[in-house]
Design a protein around this ligand. Sequence first.
Ligand code: NIG
Ligand code: FE
Length: 403
Amino acid sequence: MTKSPCDLLVHGASAVFSGEEVLEGDGLVIGRGKVLETGEASSLRECWNARSELDAACGVVAPGFVDAHVHPAFAEGRAGEFNLRSQGADYQEIAAAGGGILSSVRAVRGLSEEELSRKVADHFRRMRCHGTTACEAKSGYGLTVEEELKSLRAIAFAAEATGMEVFPTFLGAHAVPEEHRENPDDWIDELCDKGLPAVAESGLARAADVFIEGIAFNLDRSRRYLEKAKEVGLALRVHADQFEALGGVELAVELGAESVDHLEVLEDRGLEALALGTTFAGLLPAVPHFLGQESDAPARRLLAAGVRCFVATDFNPGSCPCPSLPEAAHFARRRLALTAEEALTAITSTAADSLGAGDRKGRLIPGHDADLVVLDLPDIDHFGYFLGENPVRTVVMGGVVQE
Ligand code: NIG
Ligand code: FE
């Protein structure tokens, strides 16, 4: 039988996870950046002539991780605040005193576009070391129209420089900027009149996001911003119910948002809205860990109600300086009671589906992009079991083994 040529044969895995289930066999075949076939390597070898091989012995093969909630456009960390918090200050107090997000805004405004681009690329490289091959990426630390566009251009540059596949989101409504403190409506006006149309026109973002919270935007302002975002053709992603349930979840579902994330204080009415709608729930379990918050998103209840849930890092300098999805998955297992397979599904296929990219990302099935990780784990059940150790042995992006 003549064999067909292909680029890469992966073999010897102790398990291959498709993004939804454990597959039969220990290998797969890749050509032109796509998955061609999965199965037993010995049978695959009879049909395919591979230019090179990747030995995944004693490792778990899974789709490249998809981080669907990331704030990478920041300049520096906020370790000083971490010290204050260990002395008893809380995240909301620090924000109300002009620190928090606004201190990251001052840092971003102080950088040139080139400097910021290098920072974002550095953040993407750190994420990739932990297995992330595609991510959502929010602006939100510029908070003037120009500085936000600068941040989105920096994200685009960093995507190109690192090969990370990025789904960019405009987070112009992340916090009320210092200069609009007395009248937050002016900032919403500017976002609706100039910011959102400029972002849509530029093509630099596919979605818009808002932080609906007492320390950020109330429901009326958020509605105005989200309705305008929808009108200019942007998808919607929402931060809500992190500290206070203000009705942001119901608003997100009503407007057909792709996702509503955090949900640590989700109430029954929010859960009922999610159960009836199509909006994904974004679970960010490393955040309450880092903030010392006791409540968690009710993941088991959400799943039981049929709500599709992804797990993400929320990588950012204030509430979660964690670029690692395996670490977030550990917290998903420990705090949210997800099984290893549920956690893996939540950072691969479901995360990709939430970004409208499930037809090519987050699954190891024929025709999908050949993004995968080899994890140094004896079996799937060990995923999220170890902490403080990176399980990622090898990363493959678009069929290319990353050095
Ligand atoms: O998702 N909640 C709003 N935004 C981020 C925190 C940003 C920051 O503190 O810098 C979050 O937790
Ligand atoms: Fe966030």
